[in-house]
Design a protein around this ligand. Structure first.
Ligand code: MG
Length: 373
């Protein structure tokens, strides 16, 4: 059994589930949450959803599934060192991207635009909707009936107008309180994971090259260290070793700095976490270095013309799907027509958001190519 700090979330101080259930046998409440997430349909779909590269572009790029596993792995090791609830961090990490549309951010932006007269579309909110409503697995309830703290961690951001409709998990956005340290940690583990794997994937794709990245302090500092330790190292192994060292530096810094922040805050318990400032964080120096890496990735990878071309196709595909279903509901598969009667355009958004990259491409062909069915 893991030893928790008094400010960590535990089965004992949890605000519990929306529908009360008996305590699980032989595992904690948060292990049960994690297990429910892994068994969900939305979790399996993560394998065929992407962030930067679309699924068919290559087999070695990160998918949302491998991304989520990396977030969980990074989050868990930091949680253990800070005596936070490792199972909760893992559950949040594995669920944090469940609501993402196909085709990464381009898909999310397109669906948000399509939904602008129907309440908009936010992927964090959609992740919560997946675990609260959309999963159909249990006899006693819709969704996965997860603990409050897991749901709170999944809802990383939320517009105030939406927060008002959410009840308990929306509250903190209205009164400007912080989520648990476990939720704060899962959020930053996400950042560590994507910054580093996007460097790796970006180089593998050839869209960015090592010489460009050498202009970025965090990367060049670690590259120099690796070359010093292994003078003959070249190619992919050099990149892997450098990325590995960067992750290590970020994890160590986040652990050290957060431990200092927690000590200084003299937390009396879990409720003190909510009114304290954000306590899980990097040192100022590393934070700035990471910002520079993020900016580099934005300018050179996410806005690379080849990525932009794919994003444009993604946007077009999502818009076409949304518009065709909105114009004639009978084009939706029957079970989604039934949901439309109840949820209106949200049912179309749910259907599209649930698609994998390849499913969305196939569905587009089925709807618009005359020789497909
Ligand atoms: Mg993520």
């Amino acid at each position: 059994m893991q030893e928790f700090a008094h400010y960590a979330v535990s089965s004992a101080n949890s605000r519990g589930r929306r529908i009360q259930e008996e305590s699980p046998f032989g595992r904690s409440e948060f292990q049960r949450d994690r297990d429910r997430i892994i068994h969900s349909t939305a979790f399996r779909r993560l394998e065929y959803k992407t962030q930067v590269f679309v699924n068919h572009e290559g087999d070695l790029f990160r998918t949302r599934l491998t991304h989520s596993l990396e977030v969980a792995q990074i989050g868990r090791s930091i949680a253990r060192n800070l005596h936070l609830n490792e199972d909760l961090v893992e559950a949040i990490a594995l669920a944090h991207d469940l609501g993402h549309t196909p085709f990464g951010h381009a898909g999310q932006d397109a669906l948000n635009d399509c939904m602008k007269n129907h309440g908009g579309f936010e992927h964090n909110l959609q992740s919560l909707r997946v675990v609260d409503v959309l999963e159909e697995r249990y006899g006693a309830f819709d969704g996965l009936n997860l603990c409050f703290e897991t749901r709170e961690g999944i809802l990383k951001h939320c517009a105030k107008r939406n927060a008002k409709k959410l009840g308990d998990v929306g509250e903190r956005f209205l009164v400007s309180q912080r989520p648990s340290l476990e939720a704060q940690l899962a959020n930053l583990a996400d950042e560590i994971a994507y910054n580093n794997h996007d460097v790796d994937d970006g180089l593998r794709s050839g869209l960015i090259v090592q010489e460009q990245l050498e202009q970025v302090g965090l990367f060049s500092r670690h590259l120099t260290m690796v070359r010093k330790s292994y003078p003959k190292i070249r190619g992919r192994r050099l990149i892997h070793e450098t990325v590995r060292c960067m992750i290590n530096t970020l994890v160590a810094d986040l652990t050290r700095q957060s431990a200092i922040n927690i000590t200084v805050a003299r937390l009396e318990g879990l409720s003190a976490v909510r009114i304290a400032p954000l306590l899980i964080g990097f040192s100022e120096e590393i934070r700035q270095e990471q910002q520079k890496l993020k900016k580099f990735l934005r300018d050179h990878l996410y806005r690379h013309y080849q990525v932009m071309r794919m994003s444009n196709k993604a946007r077009h595909t999502i818009e076409m799907l949304f518009n065709v279903f909105s114009s004639d509901i009978q084009l939706l598969p029957p079970e989604h027509q039934v949901k439309y009667q109840q949820d209106g355009h949200q049912a179309i958004a749910d259907y599209i958001a649930g698609m994998t990259d390849r499913y969305a491409i196939r569905e587009y062909q089925r709807l618009f190519a005359i020789d497909e069915n």
